[in-house]
Write a protein that binds this ligand. Sequence first.
Ligand code: FSX
Ligand code: SF4
Ligand code: F3S
Length: 391
Amino acid sequence: MAKGNNSEYRKTIDKQYKELMKHCQLHMEQVEKTLPESKEDLHGLLKERGLTRRDFVKWTSVMTAALMLPPIFKPMVAKAAENFSRIPVVWLHFAECTGCSEAFLRSSYPNVDDILLETISLEYHETLMAASGYQAEQNLEKAVKDFAGKFICVIEGALPRGLDGKYLTLGPKGKTGIEVAKEVASKAAAVICIGSCSAFGNIPAADPNPTDCVGIKKAIGVSTVNIAGCPPNAVNFTGTILHYLMFGALPALDNLGRPVWAYGKRIHDYCERRPHYDASEFVEEWGDESALKGWCLYKMGCKGPYTYANCGKVRFNGGISWPVMSGHGCIGCTEPDFWDTMAPLEKPLPDKTYGGGEKTVDNIGIALTGIAAAGIAAHAVASGIRHKGDK
Ligand code: FSX
Ligand code: SF4
Ligand code: F3S
């Protein structure tokens, strides 16, 4: 349908959204009947933390828009949030700094996303659970058996392949991380990688990578939803789970496994300093006059033009700020191997142009991921829940 014929185009889109809505309603009715009982009362918890009904309604509007859905979906987003604690989750840790869990759990001013994460039904999480040793191993085996095919496997951290995987062993039986990941992922409804380490290898895989660390997809050959970032934004995780609850399917992914709704545009496209970039107004030195004026940080090493993520749109810490706003610039933490490929972090990449070189920078951005889809295409409901591996 040519976009030129506006009213026809609008009608087609409206029809598609209505069909999507119908699918969503039917799916949610089914979900209500099949998922385990809710362990938490979301509204009670929100009240306890000082959040009002109005805050919740405001949050549903923001989340609906962030998920690239029209406002008619707001009640569905609210319902999915109320069911959030009913999805069983097994959360595995491999080679990483636990910064992802910490970032999600240590919020000083919790917003709805943080509270949703608190309600999540964690059947196994090494940092949070009280059990250890044999008991922990038994808990994991029990959760995988009891919720086979229904639980979401969340993975934090990369997997070392060196020494047959023995750089990372877990539990009293001394299983390698690779063995545990394969066992758990094979029984999960979906595998979500939290953070750039499990998504792409990241810091544990940085040059010279002595343990031969890689991301989960590469290590065990399953398809993963990659919530990239070091650490990632909680919104991108909660939004992906809400999408799964609403449609029974994972959202559409880019060619790096990242949800298009969250990683479909560049940092540079959402950036409030962008007019300064276009006017060739750059910070030349930390703390100089132009830094005080909030000019563009490209010359100080900002990798926003090469980095796909919604940080400038959803921000961190309840929407308070994000790296570029705080005056540092983006280091490209949602891109594969950013530690190596975005270096030097404090300088522009040597082979890229800036200030009037926008066309070049844009072309590089497009070439990096080849993303084309947006809007309704961000909801891959037809693709089914499971995304089979590399086969
Ligand atoms: Fe990696 Fe997350 Fe960076 Fe750290 O677990 S994405 S190093 S914030 O902790 O894995
Ligand atoms: Fe913003 Fe960085 Fe792009 Fe400048 S280079 S406009 S600071 S994202
Ligand atoms: Fe990471 Fe850049 Fe966002 S460093 S947190 S992708 S602004």
